[in-house]
Design a protein around this ligand. Structure first.
Ligand code: HEM
Length: 418
C-alpha cells in the first residue's frame, strides 16, 4: 500500500451545514484552499469525497468505478427525480432505459418542440402587450408546460395549466428546501405521478392513443431487458422526467434574459452576427450562471486513483459549477464572454452544466440538445420578435440557494411585438 497517499481532508465531525451555507461554492472553495481537485469530507454523518475538473469528471463517469444506485439522497428522490427512474440505474439496465429517452431526441422531434414553444410564445406576446408588468419566469413556465405536455403526448386542459405548472415547478424548486417547501414538492410529485399514471393506464387500455413518437406512447409500451412493460409508477416517473426538465429550462431562460439586459454589447453582436454567435451566447449562459451545483455517485468497488484510495460505497460528488468556473480550464472564468466558445475545442468532461461523458452509455443529461435549441429560439424571440423595457428591480441571484433564480424573476414591461 506504499503508493497510497492521504487525501486532503476537511477536519471535523460533519460539514452538511457548511454545504448548505456555501451552496454552489462549497466544493470550489475547498478545491481552492486545499489546492487540490479532490478532498475528503463528511456529509450526512458519513465520509464523502468531493472532486472537480476534467480528470475528476472523466473518473466520475467511469462506470466500472462508480454507480448511481443508492447515491441520490431520499429528499431528491421524493421531489426532483422520483423513485426508480433512469438516474438511479446502472449498467445494462440503465443503457436500455437511456435508449428509451434518447429515441425521442432526433433532430425532427426537437424541431417540433421548438415549433410548439415558438407558437405558444408568440400567442403569449399578445397577452403581455396588455399587461402592466410581465414576470418572465412565471410566464415562461406556462409556455413550456403547454408545449412540453403537447410534445410528450400528455393531454392537458387549459384551465389546469396554472396548477400543473406550479406542481412541476415545485419539483425542482423544492429539492434543497427544508420544511414546508420540501413537503409541497413531495405533494406535487404525488399529484403529477398520479395524474400521469392514470393516463398511462388509459394508453395501455387503448382508450387514449398518443402519437407514436411521443414520450407517453413510447414509455408506456417500452420493454425492459427481460421483455416486460415497466410498472405504471416507473413510466410516470420517466414521463415526468421529460416534462419537468423542459419546464426547468425557465431558469436558464431567466438568466438568458438577464444576460441580454446586462451585456448590451453582446446583444448588439447577436443582432449583427449569424446563428453561430447566438449558440456561443447560449453556451456561455449555461457555463456562467448557476444551475446544478454538483451530482452524486457511489464508489462501486475499492480502487486507487492518483495515489488516493476510494473505498466501496463512499458518496462522491462531482463539482459541476466549479468545473465550469475552473481557472485552469477557462480563461478569466468570472467574465461573461461568449467569444470564448469560438476557440473552445469541445470535450465531454470540461464543460458540464448538464453532466459529462456520453449520452447513450452514461448519465449525461438526455435533454442537453433540447435545452440549447430552446435557449437559442428564446434569444431570437426576445431580441428579434419583441420589444420590451426592463424596469428597476432586484436581479441579484444567490450562489447559496439551489436552484438559483434572479430575485425579481425578471420583470419586463411595455411589451410590443416587432
Ligand atoms: C433545464 C436545463 C437542464 C439542466 C441544467 C439539466 C441538468 C442535468 C444534469 C446535471 C443531469 C445529471 C447528469 C448526471 O447524472 O451525470 C441531468 C440528467 C438528466 N436530464 Fe437534464 N438538464 C436539463 C434539461 C433537461 C431536459 C430538457 C430533459 C428532457 C427533455 C432532461 C432530461 C434528463 C434526464 C432523463 C436525465 C437522466 C439521464 C441519466 O441518468 O442517464 N434534462 N440533467
Amino acid at each position: 500500500m506504499s503508493n497510497v497517499n492521504p487525501m486532503p481532508r476537511e477536519e471535523g465531525l460533519d460539514h452538511t451545514l457548511s454545504l448548505a451555507r456555501e451552496g454552489y461554492l462549497y466544493i470550489p472553495n475547498r478545491r481552492h484552499s486545499f489546492n487540490s481537485d479532490i478532498f475528503e469530507t463528511r456529509l450526512l454523518g458519513k465520509k464523502a469525497i468531493c472532486m472537480g475538473g476534467t480528470e475528476a469528471a472523466e473518473l466520475f463517469y467511469d462506470e466500472e468505478k462508480f454507480m448511481r444506485q443508492g447515491a441520490a439522497p431520499n429528499r431528491a428522490l421524493q421531489t426532483l427525480f422520483g423513485a426508480k427512474g433512469v438516474q438511479t440505474l446502472d449498467g445494462p439496465e440503465h443503457k436500455r432505459r437511456k435508449e428509451m429517452f434518447m429515441s425521442l431526441m432526433s433532430r425532427e422531434r426537437i424541431e417540433e418542440l421548438i415549433h410548439l414553444i415558438r407558437k405558444e410564445w408568440e400567442s403569449e406576446v399578445s397577452k403581455w402587450e396588455g399587461m402592466d408588468q410581465v414576470i418572465l419566469y412565471k410566464e415562461v413556465q406556462e409556455i413550456l408546460c403547454r408545449a412540453a405536455c403537447q410534445w410528450a403526448g400528455v393531454p392537458i386542459q387549459e384551465n389546469d395549466i396554472k396548477e400543473r405548472t406550479k406542481e412541476f415547478g415545485s419539483l425542482f424548486e423544492s429539492v434543497a428546501a427544508i420544511g414546508p417547501n420540501h413537503w409541497l414538492g413531495r405533494a406535487a410529485r404525488n399529484n403529477v405521478e398520479k395524474w400521469i399514471g392514470e393516463l398511462i393506464e388509459e394508453v395501455r387500455n387503448h382508450n387514449l392513443k398518443p402519437l407514436e413518437n411521443t414520450a407517453l406512447h413510447a414509455f408506456s409500451w417500452h420493454r425492459d431487458l427481460a421483455g416486460n412493460l415497466l410498472d405504471t409508477e416507473v413510466v410516470a416517473v420517466e414521463v415526468v422526467n421529460i416534462i419537468r426538465p423542459i419546464i426547468a429550462i425557465s431558469i436558464f431562460i431567466n438568466f438568458t434574459a438577464l444576460a441580454i439586459h446586462q451585456y448590451p454589447d453582446k446583444k448588439a453582436k447577436i443582432q449583427s452576427s449569424d446563428e453561430k454567435y447566438t449558440e456561443m451566447f447560449v453556451q456561455e449562459v449555461r457555463r456562467f450562471y448557476p444551475f446544478f451545483p454538483f451530482i452524486a455517485a457511489k464508489v462501486k468497488k475499492d480502487f486507487i486513483w492518483k495515489g488516493y484510495k476510494f473505498d466501496v460505497d463512499t458518496l462522491t460528488l462531482l463539482d459541476l459549477y466549479g468545473t465550469n468556473h475552473d481557472p485552469t480550464l477557462w480563461d478569466n472564468p468570472g467574465l461573461f464572454n461568449p467569444e470564448r466558445f469560438s476557440k473552445w475545442k469541445g470535450g465531454p468532461f470540461s464543460f458540464i452544466p448538464q453532466g459529462g461523458g456520453d449520452y447513450l452509455t452514461g448519465h449525461r443529461c438526455a435533454g442537453e440538445w433540447i435545452t440549447v435549441e430552446v435557449m437559442k429560439a428564446v434569444v431570437d424571440q426576445l431580441i428579434n420578435k419583441m420589444e420590451y423595457r426592463v424596469p428597476e428591480q432586484d436581479v441579484s441571484f444567490s450562489l447559496v440557494s439551489m436552484p438559483s433564480i434572479p430575485a425579481s424573476k425578471f420583470v419586463i414591461n411595455h411589451v410590443k411585438r416587432k
